[in-house]
Every structure is written in structure tokens, then in C-alpha cells.
Write a protein that binds this ligand. Structure first.
Ligand code: FAD
Length: 516
């Protein structure tokens, strides 16, 4: 990638994207697949920010339906269907049950979910149904039975966010794009009349700086969008309001059966999900305004209490702090709302801002709608950058790894068509077939594959975003770190000191995902 950057020299790229989360990667795939010369720079690793910290749902958003944001729900349901079609190895059809404890819940949510089904149209994942108390208990045997009247079952998508990010980066490259992690934008290049001409970046591994010129520059930095907007105009008003959401991971015994639970209205008016994910359960989330953006936000004590107490109110086995395998927080890049609005009322729709300099900033949105955000952003870039007109092809573009038939119980299914390369690695070096830790299914070959084919540069890249060990079981992931560091060090030709330092750094980071 660095060679490709150097070779391009001072020639302007058609499209330059800052930020390697869902939004930036979606724009990179869109631009590259439409034939534009495309480069994306990410300051840390792909999906290091919000895009690895979601609830892992590809959904229309039942909550947005409740709020009457029909346009967003329609768009998201459509995108849900497209993503399921284009990345079937990463998106599963998941049954959700809304347990009903009030007499009016059944008819109310059944009608609501029928509307949801109708809005999805042909791209629906299955019909919603009202089910009896007995059927609800059969589906979720450890649901609190007292006061239960029945349930409403509906379907949505469930996915692996960071794996999708990696596969999107690969899709962009397969279409001729250049994507680079650990390349941070430090300033903008401007013409004498203050039009943006490109960016200055620093390679975070070597400290080497580069100037990259482009006909269109896209700021897709999520909660960091204001820092780039202020490189453009130091007086730029605040455009982002970071809102924190926390999740905990529990063992599957807390949520038996195959269904997820959706609580549409908790005691304080929020939504709570408990969703099966990689043989564990993700429970969350919260919605807390925070003052400062950060790559490593931390859960607040009241958020932890809220999740444990609310989950405990619906489950027969109440989770406690020591049951938490991992806790993680993410920041929603919400667009600054109108006066008097609460964060939970702010639309999750996306917004594209064009600055006087010509820089394009895209904020808000959801993982589910990343493709549409990319399409809208590149349509804007064509206008601003005076690029030749093209038509989007991403609705029918397979994401790297896409395969329709696989065994979801095979721990390597998530690699889709790349699974064969991992098997080849194991054939050549049988020791790579060995599991890294008894508590998690990840094997050594995944580390080698991450380093050689998925641009992983650190132990954290491997354990947090290629294999999701940090998010699934933080303590186990710390125990895996020395072996991962040794394997990586060999593949990346690093020193012993690098290896030791990596283990130390990773351990420090992962401790922040453990609840004492
Ligand atoms: P990010 O992923 O944060 O990416 C921005 C990137 O820009 C970062 O990687 C950062 O390092 C990089 N960057 C910043 N500054 C620079 C610089 N100077 N140079 C280079 N790079 C830079 N959506 C769904 O569809 N389904 C869900 O279930 C869902 N659940 C969610 C739950 C929570 C708690 C949260 C917070 C969000 C959830 N979302 C969900 C929304 C979704 O996760 C976000 O909309 C999406 O991930 C935002 O992606 P992004 O690319 O805009 O931001």
C-alpha cells in the first residue's frame, strides 16, 4: 500500500477518504467499485473506533419506528436486505422476542412488527408473530416467567462489525483502491484561495510524512469529524455530539435457546438487547452524552449498573459483575441536534456537509446503512471533484469472502471464501491448527492470516478486530497475547523487544475491558 502511495506521487487521486470505520470504508468501496482512483487513510486500525463497538445488528431499527422516523427505517430495512445478500458469511438472520408483561404489549407490538415486515417488503427476513406465554418460555427458557403474558417474535440481521470492516477494506483493494491503517491525517493541503487540495499524513509506525493530493477529500472520521473540520476552519462550529453506548458480554447460559431478547422500553425509556454472538451473549446498550471523543471510551459506573439491573429484571439467572466476560463502550457520532432534543430522539440518519473549502464531511448514520452513506457521499464527491459521472454498482457488489453455503458451527466460517487459505496454511504448517486458548475457538493460523492478508500490525489488531477475543473474553485474550505476539513477530520480522512491548501494551489495554 505504501509503495502504491509513493508511486502515485503528487498526482491527485480522484477520491481521498479520511477514516477507516464503516463510513470511510463504505465510501472507499463505493468509489473504487465505480472506477475512481481511491485512497483511504486510517490513523489507527480499521474499525478501531465506533465500528467495532456496535450492538452487532443489521437492522431497520424498531426504536426508530416507534419514534416515527419512517424514512430511516425504510432505508435501513432495504440496506439490511442488501447486506445479507452481499455478505452472507457475516450476516445472520436472527429471531428476536419482545416479551410481553402488560396486556396491551401483545397487540401493540404485533401490529408494530407487522408494519416493520411490510416495510421490508421482499427483503424481509421472516414474518413477525404473536406467540403464547408457553411458546415464549420454550424459546427463552430462562426468561422471567412471573407476569409474562406472551411474546412477539420478529427477525433482524446480526453480524460481526469489525470483520465486515476488514472485508470491506479488502473489497476496496480488490477493486483497485488503496487503504492504509496507521496513517494519520495531521493537516490539510490548501490552494491560495483556500480550496482543499489534499492532506498531510504521518505513518504512525515510521514517523515518515507524506502529502497526498486529491480532487475530492472526504472526512469520515466519526466522532473525530470536528477535529478535521477545524483543520479546515479553526472557527468551525461543533457538528458532532458523541453519545456513549456500553455493552457487556456474558456466557450463553444467561440466554438459553437461539432467540435474542428485545426490551423496547426499559424502566427509564431505553431499549435493551440480549443477542447471541459467537457463542456468547451481547447485552446492551446505553445512551450517555460525553464531552470528549476518544478511541478508548470507558463505561461509567451508572451504565454498568443499568445494564446489569435491567438484564437481571428479565432473566432468571441475574448477571453480576464477575459474570462479565468483557465490557466495551463505543461513541455514536450523532449530528448536533436542534435545541431541546434528547440524544435518544436524535435521528440516526446521516448528514453530508460540504465546507467552503470543498471538503466533504459525512456524519451520523448506522453500520446498517454504510453502503447508502457511501453512495450518497461519492455522488457528492463527483460534483465537488468534477469527476466523470458514473452509476453506483454497490447494490450488487459481493463483499470480500462472500459465500452462501457454510457451517455456522465451524469456527472458521467467518472467513467465507478465504477459509480455504487458512486450511492451506494448516496443511503446510500443522502446528497452526492449534487453538490459542481453551476458552475461545481461535487458532494460530488466524494470526498468520491476519498479518499476511488482513493488514494486522499489532497484537491488539489481531485479538480485538480480526479474531474478536478481546470483546468475547478479555481475560482469556490477555493469556493469548504472548503467543500471538510471537507468531506476529515472526511474520512481521520484528524484534524480541517489540514482542515484549506488544504483550505489555495489549495487557494494559485489555484490562480496561475487564469488570472487577
Ligand atoms: P468510526 O468507526 O469511529 O470511524 C472513524 C475513524 O476515523 C476511526 O477509526 C478513527 O481512528 C479515524 N480517524 C479519526 N481521526 C483521524 C485522522 N486524523 N486521520 C486518520 N483517521 C482518523 N449501527 C448499526 O447499524 N447496528 C447496530 O447494532 C449499532 N449499534 C451501535 C451501538 C453503539 C453503542 C454505538 C456507539 C453505535 C452503534 N451503531 C450501530 C452505529 C454504528 O456503529 C456507527 O454509526 C458506525 O460504526 C460509525 O462509523 P464511522 O466510520 O462513522 O466512525
Amino acid at each position: 500500500m505504501i509503495e502504491a502511495l509513493k508511486k502515485h506521487g503528487n498526482d491527485p487521486w480522484d477520491v481521498l477518504i479520511i477514516g477507516g470505520g464503516a463510513t470511510g470504508l463504505g465510501a472507499a468501496v463505493e468509489a473504487a467499485s465505480r472506477g475512481y482512483s481511491t485512497i483511504l487513510v486510517e490513523q489507527h486500525d480499521f474499525a478501531k473506533g465506533t465500528s467495532s463497538r456496535s450492538t452487532k445488528l443489521v437492522h431497520g431499527g424498531v426504536r426508530y419506528l416507534q419514534q416515527g422516523d419512517i424514512g430511516l427505517v425504510l432505508e435501513a430495512l432495504h440496506e439490511r436486505g442488501l447486506l445479507k445478500k452481499n455478505a452472507p458469511h457475516l450476516v445472520r438472520n436472527q429471531a428476536f422476542i419482545i416479551p410481553n408483561y402488560e396486556w396491551w404489549n401483545g397487540p401493540f407490538y404485533t401490529i408494530g412488527m407487522k408494519v416493520y415486515d411490510a416495510m421490508a417488503g421482499k427483503l424481509g427476513l421472516g414474518p413477525s408473530l404473536h406467540i403464547s406465554k408457553e411458546e415464549t418460555m420454550k424459546a427463552i427458557p430462562n426468561l422471567k416467567e412471573e407476569g409474562l403474558r406472551g411474546g412477539v417474535i420478529y427477525h433482524d440481521g446480526q453480524f460481526d462489525d469489525a470483520r465486515l470492516a476488514v472485508n470491506l477494506a479488502q473489497t476496496a483493494v480488490n477493486n483497485g483502491g488503496v487503504v492504509m491503517n496507521y496513517m494519520k491525517v495531521t493537516g490539510l493541503l490548501k490552494s491560495p484561495d483556500q480550496l482543499v487540495l489534499g492532506v498531510e499524513v504521518i505513518d504512525m509506525e515510521t514517523d515518515e510524512s507524506y502529502k497526498i493530493y486529491a480532487k475530492s477529500v472526504i472526512n469520515a472520521t466519526g466522532v473525530f469529524a470536528d477535529s478535521i473540520l477545524r483543520m479546515d476552519d479553526p472557527e468551525a462550529p461543533r457538528s458532532i455530539l458523541p453519545s456513549q453506548g456500553v455493552h457487556i458480554i456474558l456466557e450463553r447460559e444467561f440466554l438459553q435457546g437461539d432467540s435474542a431478547i428485545m426490551i423496547p422500553k426499559t424502566a427509564d425509556g431505553r431499549v435493551l438487547f440480549a443477542v447471541p454472538w459467537h457463542k456468547k451473549v451481547v447485552v446492551g446498550t446505553t445512551d450517555t452524552l460525553v464531552k470528549k471523543e476518544s478511541l478508548e471510551p470507558r463505561a461509567l459506573e451508572e451504565e454498568i449498573k443499568f445494564i446489569l439491573q435491567t438484564a437481571g429484571a428479565y432473566l432468571t439467572k441475574k448477571p453480576t459483575r464477575k459474570d462479565v466476560k468483557s465490557i466495551f463502550a463505543g461513541l455514536r457520532p450523532l449530528a448536533v441536534p436542534g435545541k431541546g432534543k434528547e440524544t435518544k430522539e436524535i435521528s440516526r440518519g446521516h448528514k453530508i456537509i460540504v465546507s467552503l473549502s470543498g471538503m466533504i464531511t459525512v456524519i451520523g448514520g448506522k453500520w446498517t446503512t454504510y453502503r447508502k452513506m457511501g453512495e450518497d457521499t461519492i455522488d457528492k464527491a463527483i460534483m465537488i471533484g468534477n469527476l466523470p459521472e458514473t452509476v453506483s454498482v454497490s447494490k450488487d457488489l459481493s463483499i470480500h469472502g462472500a459465500v452462501n453455503h457454510f457451517d455456522p458451527d465451524d469456527p472458521l466460517y467467518i472467513y467465507g471464501t478465504d477459509k480455504r487459505f487458512l486450511l492451506q496454511l494448516i496443511e503446510q504448517r500443522p502446528e497452526l491448527g492449534k487453538q490459542l486458548h481453551r476458552a475461545l475457538p481461535f487458532i494460530r493460523a488466524e494470526v498468520v492470516w491476519a498479518a499476511t492478508a488482513e493488514m494486522a500490525r499489532t497484537v491488539e489488531d489481531v485479538l480485538a478486530r480480526r479474531a474478536r477475543a478481546l470483546f468475547l473474553d478479555a481475560r482469556a485474550s490477555i493469556e493469548m497475547a504472548p503467543e500471538v505476539a510471537a507468531l506476529l513477530s515472526f511474520e512481521l520480522k520484528k524484534t524480541n523487544d517489540w514482542q515484549l512491548n506488544q504483550v505489555e501494551e495489549y495487557t494494559k489495554l485489555a484490562k480496561g475491558y475487564i469488570l472487577e
